[in-house]
Design a protein around this ligand. Structure first.
Ligand code: CP
Ligand code: NVA
Length: 306
């Protein structure tokens, strides 16, 4: 049995296999051919943080695969009143066939997985957001940006940055990360990504200069400056991230045919300008839709591996 906790645990071949499966299932779904790959299976969806895309894509995704999704908010579960995670894991995983979790620390996810009888999917932690990267890479394939791409990430060194670093390290492409001083990715992720790049031929450049990162890039991406759980730091962050907005001036440094990606939700006027988000809206909302297709591929893949 496999869990999907981090891209670190997957080979390049496995990551591409999951995405290819997502592409196949997307083609089937586009002609309303909803094949019940996971007939009668239940997906528990445990949320300790807010969500629009993750909740809807998993709930609709499992339904289209012939199964059922259960939205489990920690506010309503006994978990929220102090029932230990390891007990919740043992109970929930006896009743459902797969569990997706969105939580704070990656350790919580690891603990749940250690006690679970069924595959666990990381639906975002403070450390990683790997399901988002499946959709992002699927979108890059659709827009022809999967042949030795140069990807520029501008903004906070957060769960999205870490996930891009894992993907670059696994697939072997060039990633340039521009963050303000003090907002760099975590050192342990930098170390892991370096080791992965040595194996794959990937390259990660760290800079404090957004223009240097974006120069001649094929893909430019960013994320909120204030992730869930950091609301108290909002004012400080907005001041520290001055100059890191992806606007038309910065985007002009990328290749002429570069694409812009954003995991969403987007905060216009902060990490991205209104102009750029709207200019690339077709791509960004394809990317959001691809959450559904990529995750259907993931759930079917995980089911096949047990
Ligand atoms: N990108 C993403 O995970 O969105 P939600 O927070 O709405 O799920
Ligand atoms: N970095 C953001 C991603 C939201 C999808 C957060 O963790 O809030």
């Amino acid at each position: 049995m496999r869990h999907f906790l981090s891209l670190y645990d997957f080979t390049k071949e496995e990551i591409l296999e999951i995405i290819e499966l997502g592409i196949k299932i997307k083609k089937e779904a586009k002609v309303k051919n909803y094949i019940p790959y996971l007939q009668n299976q239940s997906l528990g969806m445990l949320f300790e943080k807010s969500s629009t895309r993750t909740r809807i894509s998993f709930e609709v995704g499992i339904h289209q695969l012939g199964g059922q999704g259960l939205f489990l908010s920690s506010n309503d579960l006994q978990l929220g009143r102090g029932e230990p995670m390891k007990d919740s894991a043992r109970v929930i995983s006896r009743m459902v066939d797969m569990v997706m979790i969105r939580t704070y620390s990656q350790d919580i996810l690891d603990e749940f997985a250690a006690y679970s009888k069924v595959p666990i999917i990381n639906g975002l932690t403070d450390k990683y957001h790997p399901v988002q990267l499946l959709a992002d890479y699927l979108t890059m394939i659709e827009y022809g940006k999967d042949e030795n791409p140069v990807v520029a990430y501008v903004g906070d060194g957060n769960n999205m940055t870490h996930s891009w670093m894992m993907l670059a390290g696994k697939l072997g492409f060039e990633l340039r990360v521009a963050t303000p001083k003090g907002y760099e990715p975590w050192q342990e992720i930098i170390d892991d990504a370096k080791m992965l790049c040595e194996q794959s031929g990937g390259k990660i450049i760290y800079t404090h200069d957004p223009q240097e990162a974006v120069k001649n890039a094929d893909v430019v991406t960013t994320d909120t400056w204030v992730s869930m759980g950091q609301e108290d730091e909002k004012e400080q962050r907005i001041s520290d991230f001055k100059g890191y907005i992806v606007d038309a001036k910065l985007m002009a440094k990328a290749k002429n045919d570069a694409i812009f990606l954003h995991c969403l939700p987007a905060y216009r006027g902060y990490e991205v300008s209104e102009e750029i988000l709207e200019k690339y809206a077709n791509i960004v909302f394809d990317e959001a839709e691809n959450r559904l297709h990529a995750q259907k591929g993931l759930m079917v893949w995980l089911d096949e591996k047990r």
